[in-house]
Design a protein around this ligand. Sequence first.
Ligand code: CMP
Length: 140
Amino acid sequence: MAVERTLSIIKPDATRRNLTGAVNKCFEDAGLRIVAQKRIQLSRAQAEGFYEVHKERPFYGDLCDFMTSGPVVVQVLEGDDAIAKNREVMGATNPDDAAEGTIRKLFAENIEANSVHGSDSAENAAIEIKYFFEDSEIVG
Ligand code: CMP
């Protein structure tokens, strides 16, 4: 098993409901270490750039509205198989499909306001971590 890093975002629906600590407990209970973390307000340009890959999707505009509707917590999680493990802990994108005990089953409001984002591959994790963090801000 390789030690990996992945980008996580605690989304505005979760920060609004004061769930940052509850979400972080799920990560830490699963053995993921929070090696960088900051609470920020995304600009429209930052949200659009981050979700550029979804630009042609019908939900892109609404998603960018939502992601700029309040603070987010961007974080780097580290651990064995962190990318897959984080996706397991998060659960399916749509909370209706998410397994019991996952973050999205526990906390998500709907497919858009789904409480957390996590990188889906090693390649995207590297790109997404660089989008928000300098190397010097990540302390493992
Ligand atoms: P995330 O993991 O951040 O990656 C893209 C996001 O788009 C996803 O979580 C959801 O919040 C959102 N999303 C994906 N599919 C849909 C959809 N069908 N309708 C609305 N939002 C969606």
